[in-house]
Ligand binder design. Sequence first.
Ligand SMILES: N[C@@H](Cc1c[nH]c[nH+]1)C(=O)O
Length: 372
Amino acid sequence: MQRIFHTPEGVRDIYNGECSQKHHLQAEIYKVFRSYGYEEIETPSIEYFEVFSKEVGTVPSRDLYKFFDREGNTLVLRPDFTPSVSRACATYFNPDQQVVTLCYTGNTFVNNSSYQGRLKETTQMGVERIGDDSPEADAELLAMTIESLLASGLTEFQISVGQVDYFKSLLKDAGLEEEVEERLRSLISQKNYFGVEDLVKEQKLSESLEKAFLELPHLFGTSEVLAKARSLTDNTCALAAVERLEEIYEILKVYGYEKYVSFDFGMLSKIQYYTGIIFQAYTYGIGEPVVKGGRYNELLKHFGKPAASIGFVIVVDNLLMALSRQKIEVAKDEAPVVLTYTEENRREAILEAQRLRKEGTCVALRCEKEED
Ligand SMILES: N[C@@H](Cc1c[nH]c[nH+]1)C(=O)O
């Protein structure tokens, strides 16, 4: 293979109409972020390794692109915006005094295994609401997710909402070993019913806990699952987690968006910093989520300013792919007017092009070789 003609695995060139479509799509989504009063922030693509360390609970270290600066510090290419924005927010704002609402657009880099052609560099557009622990904040972020997807042209999508506190509270009651917890987490999120059953039965748990864990991977669907989740436990934290979802659902009804939302108590993210609701948006034509988000009340503490927070990102590349596979048209720049000229009328052509451009017409000048 001649490397000079190729890009590495997992990254790509975006050209022709697709590049313009991507920018139009981003402009539509940004309008939604702005309409909710979120302010743009840019953070650098490279950060110190510590911003994404194990304690932060983001992408695992082996999936980071790491390198060194001249002083020998370890740097990484940003794999996740949330720790970067949290770091910046803790440095420049006071979220304990006033809610901070930020939005951003940029690329993230994750050195994942390249199976199924997953991209290693993706464009994300996201928002973070920092210093607000209210259910209204949770509902607002879900409403913004829905409006952003509608603005993109999607009509058929579903936002799946989970609550990591529910599972965590049950785990606390169960007192399992860390390694068993990890296996259980992964089996539940894969909805591997038999695997969950085998593992749970080995643990000698109380009857009610056993039942709750066995039900978890089935606990998804419309708002009826909230009542079901409530009936499975008397743990106060787990019940508070269900109550929170009920309240969010009520607020979403005010927005008129409840039909886009379903619940999934078995949804558990690989990201460890989540503390409350987590959510993902799915649509046809793509197996990966087009939106991912959740509440992370403990993350800012790592950067010296504790603040309850919530955010989400739209994975623009996934969304663009879904729109294209669903044959939903995405606006793009119109082709320019082409003005051809020969050496003889070059002056007139340039002046005419300038005049048209001032009027707002896009003009491409092309010199035609005269036949001899
Ligand atoms: N950074 C998360 C999404 C998110 C933004 N804010 C909160 N969560 C991700 O990449 O999956």
